[in-house]
Design a binder for this molecule. Structure first.
Ligand code: SAM
Length: 281
């Protein structure tokens, strides 16, 4: 039985190509095309957009992105077993899908965009492998070339809910930490909707969530390395007062220069206050 997009059901694709899920590759597949369309739609309109996807796997989200009209989709997949299944998707959407076999952690996305993207916006959409999701987000938030605004216009990413909560957290929130400061400094980030374990094959242990991030055009000026040092020291001992946790960086003197009460704790500081501390370092 054909599906809405005229391609075979994903369950058949997985069976025909022997794509039994591998835990080491973070493989939890989405087989419901209504759900993958809902995820792709949360990235906003896709007509005229170049999309980059990490880990297309058997192609559920890939198919949704293409059916919603993305001008071009470049997908980076580490598991070569998925390539024949993805070639069928590519044949169905001639000239629009390019699959690159490789490790997304080692991929220079900024160069890839220069090489592959058509004119128009660039969006990243992915159901990320959980073992590398946070690192990939950090790579996109803190690009090595230091160029900001970055090459992407939005990120629409599936994470474990726990990680999603940390990305969107503000001060005074239990989940607020280094990730919340870095994401809050450079982007507007919000959670879109949760996805229960049963939606995946095989089901993971925990609930997942889709997070949408758009870059701030002019985040508060700050040196990334210094901001990292301050957040690491402050949240490394999050239950301690800042005069204690920031001692290696200047403690009370540093805090006095920034006008911050030394008795406060890391989770009470706004992004702007972390930036102020980093700029004094
Ligand atoms: N997009 C598919 C879906 O939604 O059903 C699969 C998502 S699955 C959670 C993660 C995918 O990322 C798998 O296909 C896996 O092989 C791939 N993957 C894992 N580590 C990767 C890496 N370092 N670089 C690129 N792809 C990777």
């Amino acid at each position: 039985m054909a599906t809405l997009d005229g391609l075979p059901p994903l369950r058949d694709v997985i069976q025909r190509h022997g794509l039994d899920a591998r835990k080491a590759l973070g493989q939890n597949f989405l087989l419901d095309l209504n759900l993958t369309q809902k995820i792709a739609r949360s990235a906003g309109p896709l007509e005229g957009v170049t999309v980059f996807e990490v880990g297309p796997g058997p192609g559920g989200l890939t198919r949704a992105i293409l059916s919603l009209g993305a001008a071009k989709l470049v997908a980076v997949e580490r598991d070569s077993r998925c390539l024949p299944a993805l070639a069928e998707v590519s044949d169905h959407y001639p000239g629009r899908l390019e699959v690159i076999e490789g490790d997304a952690l080692k991929t220079d996305f900024a160069s890839l965009v220069k090489e592959k993207a058509a004119s128009g916006p660039v969006k990243i959409i992915a159901n990320l492998p959980y073992n590398v999701g946070t690192q990939l987000l950090l790579n996109w938030l803190l690009p090595e070339d230091g160029i900001w605004p970055p090459f992407w216009d939005s990120l629409t990413l599936m994470f474990q809910k726990e990680v999603g909560l940390r990305i969107v957290a503000d001060e005074e929130d239990d989940h607020y930490g280094r990730l919340g400061v870095l994401a809050g400094w450079r982007t507007d980030a919000h959670m879109v909707f949760d996805v229960p374990p049963q939606a995946f094959t095989p089901p993971p242990k925990v609930t997942s969530t889709v997070v949408h991030l758009t870059p701030r055009s002019s985040p508060l000026p700050c040196d990334v390395a210094k901001l990292e040092r301050v957040t690491q020291a402050a949240f490394g001992q999050r239950r301690k007062m800042l005069r204690q946790s920031l001692k290696p960086l200047g403690g009370e003197t540093l805090l006095a220069k920034a006008g911050i009460d030394p008795q406060r704790r890391a989770e009470t500081l706004s992004v702007a206050e972390f930036v102020a501390l980093a700029n004094i370092l």
